[in-house]
Ligand binder design. Structure first.
Ligand code: NCD
Length: 320
């Protein structure tokens, strides 16, 4: 197994596999770089920091946002990508090639490798096989660190800090990898209370709940909208992860347990919260909410994804 290095504010050459690699200071380093990228992008003066670098995007699971966001981030800084989507059907993987062989091949061509794969632990496995930095773009129901980094950046940008916040996370807490990474990031801040709203069957695994609680998370599990705290700063909604269900009828039963509509927001929300979602949404936030001043999922959150990935790639490739 690969060693999972702590970042300790030095990203150069490191794998990015889990939010557990980060401390508060490393997040601040990344956020300050991402803020620079945001202002350079606004003044149309982005540098070609990644010129001469080549990144392999190896995506075994469907993706448009994360794939597009990494690709845009790299190309806007002058870097290039080798794009492999769905290799299970389109490449030697279809002939039975192992994940580590595929990784070993592409490290000969590129400076970093970004991987999305349906198996928990696949990114760690890839990092063990590779001698170039590997970035986890989602390993099954495991983690999705870059999504959590952009989510934390979005919350930080809006509230000026990640301390003293009340966060509501709703939907598929059990299978949602963005949630698993976000919870690991929120541990790093003071006085953060997290409410986890889900149907019984989609609660966080007991092992993970215990682990995060031991490490200092204040997690409150709720199963009804009536229990949503009135003073929440963030509503983080998620999709029920259909692809993780063995029985589709079980998915059908829970898929729309909690749907944000204007009415729902009026009843359980407050005027100062922000509404986030990693996307794609499949009905758990009604389109009528998109124009609400609190909705950031199609705007700030998405743009920040590109800025955070620009910052991360520059730091990992030692171009800062
Ligand atoms: C998420 C993912 O793939 O985990 N999407 C994303 O990367 N933006 C969330 C999801 O698919 O529900």
């Amino acid at each position: 197994m690969a060693k999972i290095d702590q970042i300790n504010s030095n990203f150069k050459g490191k794998d990015i596999l889990s939010l557990d690699q980060f401390d508060n200071k490393s997040l601040q380093t990344l956020f300050s770089e991402a803020s620079k990228m945001a202002s350079l992008a606004k003044s149309a003066s982005l540098p070609d920091t990644l010129k001469g670098t080549l990144t392999t995007l190896l995506f075994y699971e469907p993706s448009s946002r994360t794939f597009g966001s990494f690709s845009a981030a790299i190309k806007r800084l002058g870097g290039q990508t080798i794009d492999i989507q769905n290799p299970s059907q389109t490449s030697s993987v279809a002939k039975g090639e192992s994940l580590s062989d595929t990784v070993k091949v592409f490290e000969n061509y590129s400076d970093t490798l970004i991987i999305r794969h349906p198996e928990v632990g696949s990114a760690v496995k890839s990092a063990a096989a590779a001698s170039i930095p590997v970035i986890n773009a989602g390993d099954g129901a495991g983690e999705h660190p870059t999504q959590a980094l952009l989510d934390l950046f979005t919350i930080h940008q809006r509230f000026g800090s990640l301390n003293n916040l009340t966060i509501l996370i709703a939907g598929d807490i059990k299978n949602g990898r963005t949630v698993h990474s976000l919870l690991r990031g929120l541990i790093l801040f003071d006085n953060v209370t997290v409410y986890l709203l889900s149907p019984e069957s989609l609660k966080l695994s007991r092992v993970e709940l215990e682990d995060l609680t031991k490490r200092g998370s204040k997690l409150i599990e709720i199963t009804s909208e009536q229990e949503i705290p009135k003073d929440a700063n963030v509503w983080y909604w998620t999709r029920v992860q259909k692809e993780r269900f063995e029985d589709v009828s079980e998915y059908e039963k829970v898929k729309h347990s909690f749907v944000v509509t204007k009415k729902f927001l009026g009843t359980y929300g407050n005027d100062n919260l922000i509404i986030m979602h990693p996307l794609p949404r499949v009905g758990e936030i009604a389109e009528e909410v998109d124009s609400d001043h609190r909705a950031v999922y199609l705007t700030d959150e998405m743009r920040n994804g590109m800025y955070i990935r620009m910052a991360l790639m520059s730091l990992v490739l030692g171009r800062v």
